[in-house]
Design a binder for this molecule. Structure first.
Ligand code: ATP
Ligand code: MG
Length: 473
């Protein structure tokens, strides 16, 4: 499922990216069209201005032409006067020289027309305001740089800024200036938009953002669903384990009790009081074991109950620990173990629920005993803090790996031991301890090293300020 959804998600993302890219290229064409029409408009207006100027100049040209004519007139008048006075060949030669000179003057006057020169026609301020106006009219608000390139000179003859010299030449939009001028080497207007991509994206920010957001939401939902699935699977595995464990735990005492009671019906046994008492003791012990199992499961069930409430009273932790020790010492001694208690705290009284605190601390001591394969060496200590008491249970047992230390407080979690279940349990104890201690406003900590031992500590404040109403799940 993860693979399929991942593929679908990837394809969806790819399709989205494809569409967004498409949209961007359409937007770019649109942008280019706008720039083209703005520039065309500028070029057209510049041409118009030039034509207007030329026309107004032609008036002056006409006046100048009249001047030529009168100059020619006066020259020819002077020359014709001179013709009359020719007497010698030297006079003739002088006259010829003079007329050559006159001709040169006239040619000079008429040849005044020079080739088209852009600098003479293009006013940069006009170009600047025209360009700004046209881009504005076409809704292009992105920053730009522009310049005029003369192919005759082979270089830029004007630049609005020298920041984008190469970009202007390589990536700029290019338009021919004065296209109607019959010049073999035209001049070009170049415009470069350094933030073109940003401008395009800004235009499409809405679509892009929504696409990204949707994809993000889907990915997050997907991760969330996967997490739930994994969690559910683990939960169902844990539940199976729990049921197996419980069946196993209950089956032995039940069959023992049933065998013992059957034996008690036997007449020969009935007559032997010693045997009867033995069987009754077996039945009683097994019954206690069943009661213990039921109690443990009930503990877990009780704290899940919505109407769960505390009986707050003054609890002397030293007293309840002594009671627990009395009950559990036999189990420890059976394994040839020792149990010591250091009453380090001067103020061992806290406000809390006696029954639940007793159960919680008992769970820790039970664990210390259960998970010490050889000769348990259990040390109990209490210590005062300014606001509460810390009770620690230290053992020299099998220890817990760092990875498992995080999980042991989860309900039903037991450190996996392969198929070997030599130590019985449901994985309920520590989750119960954690819930109860936290409901008292305290906290549980664990320090442990594999094969060296563990130390579980509970810190219980003298009185918790927040009044717990219902437990966390
Ligand atoms: N003192 C300890 N030393 C080593 N491992 C421990 C110790 N205490 C707990 N553990 C590990 O943490 C797991 C969870 O403990 P927890 O008390 O919640 O469950 P349990 O002892 O298996 O069953 P239950 O307490 O419900 O009968 C245990 O299965 C065990 O692997
Ligand atoms: Mg336990």
């Amino acid at each position: 499922m993860i693979a399929i959804v991942s593929i679908v998600l990837l394809s969806l993302t790819a399709v989205q990216i494809y569409w967004v890219r498409n949209a961007i290229s359409i937007e770019r064409i649109n942008f280019e069209n706008k720039v083209n029409s703005s520039a065309k408009e500028v070029v057209y207006k510049l041409e118009k201005i030039k034509t207007y100027n030329t026309l107004s100049q032609s008036n002056q040209t006409r006046n100048r032409f009249i001047n030529y004519l009168s100059t020619i007139d006066s020259i020819s008048l002077a020359l014709s006067d001179d013709v009359d006075s020719i007497k010698t060949t030297a006079d003739m030669r002088r006259l010829l020289q003079k007329s050559n000179l006159a001709q040169e003057i006239i040619t000079g006057m008429i040849d005044d027309k020079q080739p088209f020169q852009i600098e003479r026609h293009l006013n940069m301020q006009i170009l600047d305001s025209l360009l700004r106006h046209e881009l504005e009219v076409h809704n292009i608000t992105s920053d730009y740089a522009y310049g005029v390139y003369s192919s005759g000179k082979g270089q830029m003859i004007y630049e609005s800024t020298d920041k984008y010299k190469t970009e202007l030449l390589k990536q700029g939009f290019v338009f021919t200036l004065y296209p109607y001028e019959f010049s073999p080497k035209p001049d070009y207007l170049m415009i470069y938009f350094p933030y073109e991509m940003r401008f395009l994206l800004k235009q499409m920010a809405g679509i892009v953002l929504i696409s990204l957001l949707l994809i993000l939401i889907i990915i997050m939902l997907f991760i969330y669903i996967i997490k739930i699935i994994v969690w559910q699977r683990r939960l169902s595995e844990l539940k199976n384990d729990f049921i197996n464990n419980m069946t196993h735990e209950i089956k032995t005492p039940i069959s023992t009790i049933s065998l013992a009671s059957e034996a008690l019906r036997d007449d020969t046994i009935k007559r032997n009081e010693q045997l009867v008492n033995n069987y009754l003791k077996v039945i009683n012990d097994e019954n206690n074991r069943l009661a213990g199992i039921a109690e443990k499961i009930l503990q877990a069930a009780i704290i899940e109950n919505e109407n769960f409430s505390f009986n707050r009273e003054k609890v002397n932790l030293h007293e309840i620990i002594n009671l627990i020790i009395n009950n559990l010492i036999i189990q420890v001694e059976v394994k040839d173990g020792t149990l010591t208690f250091d009453k380090g705290a001067d103020r061992p009284v806290v406000s809390g629920d006696k029954m639940h605190l007793t159960n919680a601390i008992a769970n820790l001591i039970e664990n210390a005993n259960k998970y010490s394969p050889r000769k348990p060496r259990i040390r109990l200590t209490t210590e005062n803090y300014s606001e509460g008491v810390k009770v620690c249970v230290t053992d020299t047992g099998m220890g817990i790996s760092t990875e498992n230390q995080k999980k042991i407080f989860d309900k039903l979690y037991r450190v996996p031991t392969g198929n070997l279940h030599d130590v019985k349990g449901f994985g309920l104890g520590l989750s119960y301890v954690k819930t109860i201690i936290e409901l008292h406003g305290g906290q549980v900590t664990v320090e442990s090293e594999l094969n060296k031992g563990s130390r579980f500590c509970v810190y219980i404040p003298f009185s918790s300020k927040k009044k717990p109403i219902s437990p966390q799940q």
